[in-house]
Write a protein that binds this ligand. Structure first.
Ligand code: RTP
Ligand code: MG
Length: 137
């Protein structure tokens, strides 16, 4: 069993489709081990996405991620990182496969409904960024 970290991004929480996304997560067989709704400050978003700080979209990304609440989830499944990235679909919804969350719900390459960790190592770092030891079942 392995874990990944997911967020339902502001664009999706604002449109009140977080329940639909959580249903897809559960239908796909993920066990949600921790979940909460939080408002990131700009500094929080900059810290979380520090790996992208030299990218041209960093300002747009961090302003978007801190404009309204997000839902953070730690979830478990065999090969969780890859399984969640497959269910999310490509970063750009125009390139996302049918049946993926981004194909169905993303608005644009920036406002793309969900986040997922890109490695087991980053999943552990990102889960610890959002959840303390007693919030992780
Ligand atoms: P994420 O980290 O949010 O799960 O998304 P990802 O791995 O599919 O994509 P990544 O390359 O890590 O980019 C992080 C997020 O930055 C925004 N982005 N905007 N305007 C743009 O060209 C652009 N490119 C990326 C997206 O919100 C993307 O998910
Ligand atoms: Mg990424």
């Amino acid at each position: 069993m392995s874990r990944t970290f997911a967020m339902i991004k502001p664009d999706a929480v604002e449109r009140a489709i977080s329940g639909k996304i959580i249903a897809k997560i559960e239908e796909a067989g993920f066990n949600i081990v921790a979940m909460k709704k939080v408002q990131l400050s700009l500094a929080d978003a900059q810290a979380f996405y520090a790996v992208h700080k030299e990218r041209p979209f960093f300002g747009e990304l961090t302003e978007f991620m801190s404009r309204s609440p997000i839902i953070a989830l730690a979830m478990e499944k065999p090969d969780a990182v890859a399984a969640w990235r497959k269910l999310m679909g490509a970063t750009n919804p125009a390139e996302a496969e049918p049946g993926t969350i981004r194909k169905e719900f993303a608005l644009s390459i920036g406002e793309n409904a969900v986040h997922g960790s890109d490695s087991d190592e980053n999943a552990a770092i990102e889960i610890s960024f959002f959840f303390n030891h007693f919030e992780q079942v």
